[in-house]
Design a protein around this ligand. Sequence first.
Ligand code: HEC
Length: 511
Amino acid sequence: MCRALPAGTLVLMLIVSTLAQALDLSPAEHAGKRLYREGLSSSDAQVSARVGAADMLVPASVVPCGSCHGADGLGRAEGGVRPPVLNWQRLAQGQGLRSANGRRYPAYTEASLARAIQEGRDPAGNQLDPAMPRFVLSMADQRNLSAYLKRLADDRDPGLSEQTLRLGTLLPEQGPLAPSARVVAAVLNDRIDQLNRQGGIHGRQLQMISIDPGPDRASAEQALTELIEQQQVFALISPVVPALESTLASRLEKARIPMIGAAPTAGRSTQIFDPLPGLDDQLLSLADYAQGNLALQQAGTQIVYADPAQAGLARQLLQQLQRRGWGEVTAAPLTEQAATGQAIFYLGDAEGFGQLTAQLQQAGRTPYLFAAANQVASQLAQVPENWSRRVFLAYPFVPGDWTPGGSQALSAMRQRQGLDGRQGVLQVSTWCAMQLLGDALKQIGRDASREKLITALEGLHDLQTGLTPPLNFGPGRRQGLAGAHVVTLEMPGPVFFPVAAYRPVAEGNAP
Ligand code: HEC
């Protein structure tokens, strides 16, 4: 691939990748870092490790140091024998005994460090727990690794300095998404300003870099690269980039950057934490309601999607409905022809929803319609009257979820930023994203890293936002809410009429 690029591009890429390093590392330290994080040697030789009490030989790339001790060397609490903090200061500097996992030993030297890594013994001669692999290292590999271990404590993630923590986002300044982007910018600026006035987080002021992703996917990719490589942001928050729907997840994973904000429906990722529920869970809440109250499982049901990119999601939903006992479900793109069935689940934008109701109206039919409110909100005033109580919408939160404190804080923010009630879902989701970030950063302390941020976000349970049901995350859980309230439209009006409160939808199987 490089061969196809003009020479100038390659030079630019080299400059950029040097910039991307958080710390100036010598070539030896850099090689040591690769060994530490990926288990790869600077030579072509494969590095091996003996694991477990039985000394089974495996490639070191399967058990790189960072996988247990953390990329930051701070160890990971995983129960049982804990990988100790690998900080040169703790290991090797000063006099006196240190201790880890009940062992006591004098300071490490380079030689005794090599013995620990290769033979599993500490400076006092204590056998290390066999959970620590024994690595088979060349002298050069060992030298590189030791060199890097001395720098590990300073090798912070990008975006962190003594005084600041840099966040990034992508917000279009022109085009149809610009109004939404302005709302997001207002909420982010407001929250960051408030946090900074209170002294920032652990002594660091939050900085925000916002880049315009431009008109298309190529420009959006480039803007993301700039955030990651030139701007060196620590984490992404609430970007508005539908153009990156299918690539955002993998880009973030590759760069190991955490993001908090609306997850693309096409590409979930362990890096992305979304305060609000996914489209799939929202529609399943509607299905569960319909199943319990409208007895529609045996009616003909069609899942209609306006955007071809949502065909996959439609298929997933179809399988979920079948598993829940819905008989005749089909999925089809929105076309000129009116959709069939007595129940229609709609995926797509407001315009498509308008088209759908107009077509059905013309065909003289009023099947039950199900949709996520945030997708179709702007069309709801136009829904014809004969659909009274036949349109059901999923709402991640309703005003009933707002505590007095929450709604007061929200209206104070609106006043400061000149916002009104429009784009309420976007305001609340951005607000919650900032709360998640702030809470997690406070928890991890001053010695922050991206990995620790992810672990802290995973640990947030029953988080009260004052504006939504309590949010819950976990090791496999990246969406704070797993379902939605169900609200129906009563005509004329329309009047919004809640019919079922939020409860998490059952995973996979029938509720
Ligand atoms: C599979 C998990 C795992 C991997 C991979 C791993 N370690 Fe460890 N390491 C541990 C555990 C667990 C201990 C604690 C053993 C004990 O206390 O008995 C440990 C202990 C150590 C110690 C001793 C620290 C002390 O305070 O005495 C050093 C040094 C060390 N590891 C370095 C490394 C390096 C360097 C690598 C990569 C080349 C590495 N480890 C890879 C799990 C791991």
